[in-house]
Each structure stands twice: as C-alpha cells, then as structure tokens.
Design a protein around this ligand. Structure first.
Ligand SMILES: [Zn+2]
Length: 236
C-alpha cells in the first residue's frame, strides 16, 4: 500500500493537496497503529513535486518516527515556484533546490523523478517525451550521485507510449495516481488529500471494508472533476 502526499504546510492553502503538519503527525501515528506487525499491513509514503515544505515540516515528523519517504522531484522547477498548480498563484509553494534534495537524501529519503517540467506526458511528441524523462533522470543523477530508476507521472496521466519510452530511457518503475497495480510501469498509489482523516486512510488500506468502497467512489468523483475542470491541484 502506497500513499501519495503533496504539500505539508501549516498555513491554509487553496485546493486539496495540503496536509497540515499537526494533522500529518497524527496521521503518521495512526498509520503506525494500522501497520503494527499483528495487523500484517505495510505502507510506503510518497511526496509528489518536491516542495520545500517537505524539508521544512514533513521531514522532522518522519525522522522522529524513524520513517522515510520517496520524493518525486520536478527537475525543471528546482528552487522555483511551479506554474501548473493555479492555487500557487495565491499562495506560492517553492520547490526544493538541488542541495535541499541532497539534504533530504542524507536523511534517508529516496529521490526519484516526476519529469522535468510536469506536463501531461500523453500530449508530447516522442522527442519531447524522451527529453522530459531523460533530462529529469540525468539531472537528478548528477545532483544525487546515484541511479534514479523510478518515474511518477504528472497528474497521474500516462499511456502505453509513455510506459514504453520510460523503459527505453532506463526507468525500471512507473507510478500512477490510481490505487490499482497493473505492472512495473503502472504501480498504484492512494492519494491523501486535505479532507482525508485517519479513518479514510484506514479504509483505503483495507480494500474489503465498507469505507473502501466509499473511498473508491470519492476517487472516481475526484478524477472526473479533475478531467472535466482540468483543475491540476486535484491530482498534481
Ligand atoms: Zn505532480
């Protein structure tokens, strides 16, 4: 079971991708109870976009509990504010710099790719698609000094051509925003949004529970709204 977070900031933000540090700490404590050995559950934590708020707020909450996460960084935006999430126009959320990514890596977190400029990969020419995936991989490897083998698709969007090119340029695994696994380039994750609580996260982790059906319905509704309105902040 893999959970996908975005921002962890103490302020109120527009959209649903922020989780306050206070609530995030409480959620981590709940997850520890859900995953204790007798419950036979495991969970991995991922953070999309590589926001500075990870280092400023999430990092200490994780390391205090001996936890690590995977950060999917957008290499063209290192040290900058993004341009795909319109909520950031009102309350900008800067991305980590290369040296900040190294600090996160030194704390045990994995740094993997979220492409170079966070575009809908399905809409790109083969040349641009190659560049998006290979530039990001190479830049991160230069910064970190280790191999980068995992790719997280922007907005969770991909198709068979994207999977094919990802494999060709050297990635070994691709991550979507759909909770269902369909092979090494379509690993699934459950998004965690500001409206989620320990109970809804528990439901996501327990596919047979009545709450899990509700979570799937919420996911479908969220996805449909994102497609209809093209509001990137839902699934960024
Ligand atoms: Zn993203």
């Amino acid at each position: 079971m893999v959970l996908a977070f975005h921002k962890v900031e103490p302020r109120l933000t527009w959209g649903v991708t922020n989780y306050s540090p206070r609530r995030f700490g409480r959620l981590l404590d709940s997850i520890a109870i859900f995953t204790e050995p007798r419950n036979d559950k495991t969970v991995s934590l991922t953070f999309d976009d590589g926001y500075q708020s990870f280092l400023n707020h999430a990092d200490s909450l994780l390391t205090d509990r001996n936890l690590t996460a995977t950060i999917f960084a957008v290499t063209g935006y290192l040290g900058k504010r993004n341009s795909w999430d319109y909520s950031s126009i009102l309350a900008p959320s800067p991305h980590m710099t290369g040296s900040e990514l190294r600090v996160a890596a030194s704390h045990g977190h994995r740094i993997e790719s979220h492409t170079h400029t966070h575009r809908d990969l399905r809409a790109l020419s083969t040349t641009d698609l190659n560049r998006e995936l290979s530039d990001s991989k190479r830049n991160l490897e230069d910064i970190l000094g280790n191999e980068v083998s995992e790719l997280c698709y922007p907005f969770g969007l991909y198709n068979s051509k994207v999977e094919h090119v990802a494999r060709d340029v050297g990635y070994q695994r691709g991550w979507s925003m759909n909770p269902v696994d369909n092979g090494p380039f379509t690993f699934g994750r459950w998004g965690v949004y500001s409206f989620d609580t320990p109970l809804t996260v528990w439901s996501k982790m327990n596919p047979g529970s009545p709450g899990a059906k509700l979570e799937k319905l919420k996911l479908q509704a969220t996805s449909s709204m994102a497609k209809a309105a093209r509001f990137a902040f839902w699934t960024e």
